[in-house]
Structures are given as C-alpha cells and as structure tokens.
Design a protein around this ligand. Sequence first.
Ligand code: DHB
Length: 391
Amino acid sequence: TRTAVGIVGGGPAGLMLSHLLAASGIDSVVLDNRTRHQIEQTVRAGILERDSVRLLVDAGVSDRVLREGHEHEGIELRFGGTGHRIDFQDLVGESVWLYPQTDVFMDLAVARERDGGDVRFGVTDVAVHDVTTDAPRVTFTDSDGRACEVRCTVLVGADGSRSTCRHEIPEEQRRHFYREYPFAWFGILCEAPPSAPELIYSHSDRGFALISQRTESVQRMYFQCDPAERVEDWSEDRIWEELQARVAGDGFRLKEGRITDKTVLPFRSFVCEPMRHGAMLLAGDAAHTVPPTGAKGLNLALADVRVLHECLERFLGGDADALDDYSARALQRVWRAQHFSYWMTTMLHRLPDASDFDVRRQVGELTSVVSSRAGSTFLAEAYTGWPGRKD
Ligand code: DHB
C-alpha cells in the first residue's frame, strides 16, 4: 500500500489526525496492534477542554459530546474540610465537558468507518523503517497473518506511552525528561447517583481524592495510594471508608453504591524532545505523559494533532520546511501542561514523608488559589485550556 501519511497508533490522536487529513483531501493509513474492542474496554479520563470539544464538533466527528456530555462550569477544591468553588464561567467565560475519552475514541472510529478511512486494528509486528529518508515504511502482519507494508511520505508515531516509534530516534539525538511520583491513584467505577454537581479535587490529611462522574447512575472516583497497593486488599467497605474520610467535613457524604471496577494507576511525567526525527513525527503520549491530576493527557494529544495537521497540510502542499517548527510549537504547550499537571498533583497529594510544615504550606497555597481572583483565574485558564492560536 502507498499513502501520504502512515500513522502508527489508532487511539484518539491517530484517528483524529487521520480524520482531519481526510477532510483536507490527504490519504492516510492507521495501524494499531490492539483490537477496536480492546481499546473500547479501557477506562480513561473524562474531561475535555473547550477546544477539544470544538475540534470534535467542527470536524464533524461528533455532536454526541454536546448531547451526552455534561458541561461543567467549574470545579470544587476541597481542603480543611470545606469546599471552595472555582467558577470557570465567571473567571474566564469558558467551560469543560465531562465526556469519557473512550467515547471520543468510539466517535472517531465510527467517523473513520463512515468516511471510508483505512484503519487497521489488531495488526501485529508493527515496525517502522527508513524514517530519515523521503520514503519511510511501516511493516506489519495483518489480522489474517499476511506480511504487509505501507509506504508513505511522512510517518506519524501516535502509539502511546510505550511507543516503539519513539525508539527509532537515536539516543544521541533525543532527550528524555522524566519524573516519578511516590504515589499512584486507586480508581473505581461504582453504581450510584452523582454525589455533587461538579468534580471535587480534595486535599486531606489522608491524602488526595477526586470525585468524578460518568452518568446519572455510574460514578468515577480516585484516591491517592501507594503504587504497590493491591486491589484485592481493598473491600468495598474499606474503599468507601477511605473515600468518605478524604472528603469529610461540613457534613458532606458521598453517595455509595456497588463497585464494578478497581484499578491501581501508577503515573509519571515524561517528555521526549524533539518530537520529530526526519520524516517521522510523534504525537500524544508517544512523546509525553502527564500525571492525571487536571486531566490534560487527551487534551494535549488533540492539541498536538491540531498543530501537526496544519504542518502536514503545508508540507504535502509543497512547503518543504513546514515540518521544521512542529516540535517547538507543540512542546510549548506540552511544557505548560507539564507544569500545570505537576502543580495540581503536588499541591493536592500528600508525600509519604510530608512534615507538618509541608502540609500547612499546601493549605496556604490552596487558600491563596481560592481567595485570590488572580490565583483562581490562573487555574481556570489552564484547566479549560489555553487558546490554540497562540501555540
Ligand atoms: C477524571 C480524571 C482526571 O484525571 C481528572 O483530573 C478529572 C476527571 C475522570 O476520569 O473523570
């Protein structure tokens, strides 16, 4: 097969890029070693920035996000046993949408299928070749066991945090920036009505908790835990006791229900620079991951894709230099998001060896954020997403 853009990775980043390219009349082939069903079964984060929603709607991918997603005009920061609302609409005139990443994937997969896009899930042995030439290739084995090859003009690695494309950049030509955290999230899905109208990010003496939502009858919640924690050691009763303790104060109680999913989610901060090597460009988690606090991961991947689509359009239209500034433009937003995610994480989580000073300093910081319009506005701008035009 010959195509203009070979895309390794059929998650939201790869599919969105393929969709946008098709709208510009540019051919692409998307390959993923997971099946569509496998990707649909993975529970992911659920918050879309307003520009992510606009992209889905404007690109004709989905109006389901507007019908079934929930607009959230703010969040609650909870500390010292009381809640403090950050009002996004009042501060920056914007909202975010609660709409699971899995649904974004499903909408994109349906749109690519509807438009006749070439997307091949469940392929194996994916390998990229000749990425520094003007004729890069991807080889793979298709789901019938046949050896196949895609020849392309440009290759995109949108193959997630365990990217194989990234490793095609020789070590002496890439830099990795990396930070680990001494905690993970214990995530649950439960059958219960929402406990609050908006998300709650809670700082407590027992550590962080996040109360999120999915539907009227299914809720998503997380609490900070040791990365070595085992889900088997956590009964329903123990989980509810821990979650209730982390949001306690002023009489607030979570609505409890049957827990249908329990997962320990380790996380880290990571950036690979540059995001381009010859005719290969990286997008999304293949180039960077952020800790989950603030839900920037998918939004950042979609922001990469917006910039990349524009660069590819110019490049394939004959502007030979058009790929040169992709990495620097994308990385500007990546580092802002790295800072925001790190800041939210370190402000709200309890370090295992935290002193009383550390904890009181965090409460001082949270007090500044909620009591200063400038402080709240900084959070609101970052949470709802920085404007794309200034990328
Ligand atoms: C969700 C996840 C996040 O990391 C976050 O900051 C907000 C919401 C979620 O899964 O709903």
